[in-house]
Design a protein around this ligand. Structure first.
Ligand SMILES: Nc1ncnc2c1ncn2[C@@H]1O[C@H](COP(=O)(O)OP(=O)(O)OP(=O)(O)O)[C@@H](O)[C@H]1O
Ligand SMILES: O=P(O)(O)OC[C@H]1O[C@](O)(CO)[C@@H](O)[C@@H]1O
Ligand SMILES: [Mg+2]
Length: 498
């Protein structure tokens, strides 16, 4: 509830990783995943482990600053630029006269362990349980000694170590909104993602702990701000208590909606002064625009973004909520394809998974299953035909193993496809479907070379996201929801790449 007058991404923050083992995969060039994180204390320290590929992707962005490495000051300048980009404007930047009040988030609920205080629990003065505004989290944890070190991603040719710090999420000692004056709204936009209900639930519960009484849900994304037949939904702990037990979004989702100016008009009419936006790149572009519009109108409104993408393709974030669940669900489809392919004479199983611009779901699901022979993702170019093409490799697999299973990310191979097989656009640019083209081409190819092949397709698209969040996503969502209320972390725009 502090310094919220800025659309920001709440960091999956308070888990404290105790180890940082890295694992890197061969498939994608631009994006590689790294470390998982483990928790040593709920709502304890925040520490982020950067995925090297994403930092690299950031550096490779066409508008990335050009660095003059001959300048002896380059490292300091680079760090300053980084700090500037990830700085979170404080509410007092916009309203210099804003007066803080002591936090209403009860410290006593974060009781220290009793053994440490044998003589009784400490007073607030003795034991300070809040996050200091100057706490920072180190992004990169590996100091590569050489650019030739395995998997090294470097800023300069010598691979100089440059520390990069971001703000730490969590409750602050002072807040700038009086809970009784807050009307908070929650809106979920874009496509579904496991865990939306978990985040909604945690935001509501945390707001109530702060003492906020007026909380509403906006139905069906930003659309709910314009349609007169869609009325806001009153939310409370009682309403949200069990919503995490089912998938989807209690509030509904949508793509499309009114203009930013109309949204802010409606917010003013409804008296909304705190808005939690759960969505992907489009939604956050909207949140940023809402923030700018509020700033222009000099409205004291907090706009908080919680990043949601099942594709897990947000820059600098190790993992977005719902991704783990989607990968887990995808195992079932892959296993079915495997069983079908291996039970058939010369069976070929083809599984399609979500991912318009990134192959994280396909790649992780393939690795986890151990049942995939070929994984095709948007980040890695490949050929269907020719001596090094997918079809030739399929022939080799049939000859040597007797069967094969292929996993295809939705957006893979766009450059090599004809537009014969177009996926309906659903408000996006239309995609060609490699899944369909591969299915047809595989049959045709084996017919032409006179080899029998039994091709089976499985498309579990919506099944992997229309489900309840698994345990690990559930925890991530709880942390995100709580931090979204307590402290928004990273500015939006540099992070979204979809
Ligand atoms: N540049 C923009 N400026 C303002 N609003 C936007 C912008 N882009 C998208 N929006 C709004 O955000 C909504 C959601 O965007 P979009 O459909 O792209 O989903 P998303 O947030 O990227 O989620 P997903 O990860 O599921 O694709 C849109 O319906 C639109 O109202
Ligand atoms: O069919 P919908 O609801 O538009 O959403 C599907 C899309 O959303 C995503 O999951 C995330 O943007 C894509 O991978 C996928 O193409
Ligand atoms: Mg999107």
């Amino acid at each position: 509830m502090e310094s919220l007058s800025r659309a920001s991404i709440a960091n999956p923050g308070t888990l404290s990783p105790t180890s940082s083992s890295a694992s890197y995969f061969l498939f994608p060039r631009r994006f590689r995943l790294s470390n998982g994180f483990s928790s040593s204390s709920a709502f304890g320290n925040l520490r982020r482990i950067v995925s090297r590929g994403r930092v690299r992707a950031e550096i490779e962005k066409p508008n990335a600053p050009v660095i003059d490495f001959s300048d002896p000051e380059w490292r300091i300048k680079y760090q300053k630029d980084f700090e500037l980009r990830f700085n979170i404007p404080h509410i007092t930047d916009v309203f210099p006269d804003a007066k803080p009040i002591p936090s209403t988030f009860c410290l006593r609920m974060r009781t220290p362990v009793s053994e440490d205080f044998a003589g009784g629990y400490p007073s607030d003065e003795e034991w300070h349980g809040y996050i200091n505004n100057n706490d920072r989290v180190l992004l990169k944890t590996i100091n590569f000694a050489s650019p030739n070190s395995a998997g090294a991603v470097c800023i300069d040719p010598d691979c100089t170590w440059v520390e990069q710090w971001v703000h730490r999420a969590g409750p602050r000692e002072k807040i700038y909104f009086k809970p009784e004056e807050v009307k908070a709204a929650i809106v979920t936009c874009g496509g579904l993602c496991p865990g939306l209900n978990d985040v909604i639930r945690q935001v509501v519960i945390t707001l109530e702990i702060y003492g906020v009484k007026s909380i509403v849900g906006i139905p069906f994304g930003y659309r709910g701000f314009s349609n007169s037949d869609l009325s806001e939904m009153p939310l409370s702990r009682k309403v949200v208590q069990n919503i995490h037990l089912s998938g989807g979004s209690l509030l509904g989702v949508s793509r499309g909606g009114p203009s930013v100016s109309d949204i802010v008009d409606r917010m003013q009419e409804k008296g909304i002064n705190m808005i939690f936006v759960l969505g992907g790149n489009g939604t956050h572009a909207g949140a940023n625009a809402i923030h700018e519009e509020c700033r222009k109108r000099k409205l004291k409104v907090a706009v908080v973004g919680v990043p949601k993408t099942i594709d897990n393709d947000i820059l600098l974030m190790d993992k977005t909520f719902g991704f783990d669940t989607a990968v887990e669900e995808a195992q079932r489809a892959i296993n079915s394809a495997y069983i079908e392919a291996h039970s058939a004479y010369h069976g070929v199983g083809i599984v399609k998974l979500m991912g318009r611009h990134s192959g994280f779901i396909a790649m992780h699901a393939s690795l986890a299953s151990g049942q995939i022979d070929i994984c095709l993702i948007p980040e890695v170019p490949f050929q269907l035909h020719g001596p090094h093409g997918v079809l030739t490799h399929l022939k080799y697999l049939i000859e040597t193993k007797g069967s094969a299973v292929v996993c295809v990310a939705e957006g893979a191979g766009q450059v090599i496809l004809t537009t014969n097989f177009c996926v309906p656009s659903r408000g996006f640019n239309a995609l060609s479907s490699l899944f369909q083209e591969l299915s047809v081409s595989t049959k045709k190819y084996f017919r032409e070379i006179g080899v029998h092949a039994d091709v089976k397709y499985i498309d579990p698209t919506y099944m992997i996201r229309a489900c309840r969040a698994n345990a690990s996503d559930g925890i991530l969502c709880a942390v995100l929801g709580q931090n979204a209320v307590s402290f928004p972390l990273i500015p939006l725009s540099p992070l979204c790449q979809g």
